[in-house]
Design a protein around this ligand. Structure first.
Ligand code: AMP
Length: 282
């Protein structure tokens, strides 16, 4: 694996592969890698010729500066994990390399409804930051295939929208959420949970599983209420428990057998904000 920091060096390096018609697969991350990230790299390896992973903790997507400051950094272990997963290139830009004109007064994207709900509502500006960094990363890498995790369900939809807006011809491949053996979705933020919080954190998976099990059996409101109860029993401070259309993220009021649904939760365990989701059928 080679490490490239400068976006223009990366483009130069990749051009020879592109000329040879080799397929470039890209896995963007913020580091503190876990098995979920490694699985994305594996997926990329199975369908692309050259695998690039980026590690960049993007300052413009943190609406809470304390969250940015506390974001775990484990670069040495990350490099070992990426090598083991046969990554070809680690793209490791600095903030000034990715944002040469600084990070204030950046361009805005017309994300419409997607930015008004769930993560968009609770983390104002977050998805603008996601688009700002993804645009720069995609411009640098110009991948054929982009691999992202379903764990960040709404983010996948936002990035898809960005690629439509910018007319990129990259194909987005969303990969299933990798979980710990007890069901907790793997996340870099889990590293910040203490023992008690880690034990409680399973409440999100239990709440989602309860929604899946009871979908269509009681009213949407009732099912959400029971999920909320589970979260509160596990000492979560809840931002939202919602059930939405899987393709539109329109918030569901009544079960609709014609539509696929997804249940989504965001909640704080201590000062660590966790998100997760689960596909459900009513
Ligand atoms: P992050 O480093 O948290 O920004 O995540 C980088 C990529 O890994 C995103 O596409 C995430 O959706 C994906 N990802 C994070 N956690 C998981 C997981 N548990 N399973 C699968 N993909 C994940």
């Amino acid at each position: 694996m080679i490490i490239i920091k400068d976006p223009s060096n990366l483009q130069l390096y990749l051009s020879k592969y592109r000329q040879n018609g080799e397929k470039i697969g890209f896995v963007p991350t913020m580091g503190a890698l876990h098995e979920g990230h490694v699985e994305l790299v594996r997926q990329a390896s199975s369908s692309a010729d050259i695998i690039i992973c980026s590690i960049f903790v993007n300052p413009t997507q943190f609406n809470d500066p304390r969250d940015f400051e506390k974001y775990p950094i484990t670069l040495e272990q990350d490099i070992i994990a990426l090598e083991a997963a046969h990554t070809d290139i680690l793209f490791l830009p600095s903030v000034s390399q990715l944002y040469p004109n600084g990070t204030i007064k950046l361009e805005k994207y017309e994300l419409g409804y997607l930015e008004t709900i769930l993560e968009g509502f609770y983390r104002p500006g977050h998805f603008q930051g996601v688009c700002q960094v993804m645009r720069r990363l995609l411009d640098a890498v110009k991948p054929d295939l982009l691999f992202m995790g379903q764990k960040d369900y709404q983010q996948c939809m936002v990035v898809k929208k960005l690629m439509e807006l910018m007319k990129y011809d990259t194909q987005l491949i969303t990969c299933p959420t990798v979980r710990e053996t007890d069901g907790l979705a793997m996340s870099s933020r889990n590293k910040r949970l203490n023992k008690q919080e880690r034990d409680n954190a399973i409440g999100i998976y239990k709440a989602l599983s309860q929604i899946k099990e009871n979908s269509g059996r009681a009213s949407v409101e009732q099912v959400k209420k029971e999920a909320l109860k589970i979260l509160e029993q596990h000492h979560f401070k809840v931002d939202y428990v919602e059930i939405a259309g899987a393709d539109t993220l329109e918030i569901l009021k009544e079960w609709n057998k014609q539509q696929k649904h997804v249940a989504l939760i965001a909640a704080f365990q201590g000062d660590v904000r966790l998100i997760d989701n689960m596909a459900i059928n009513s």
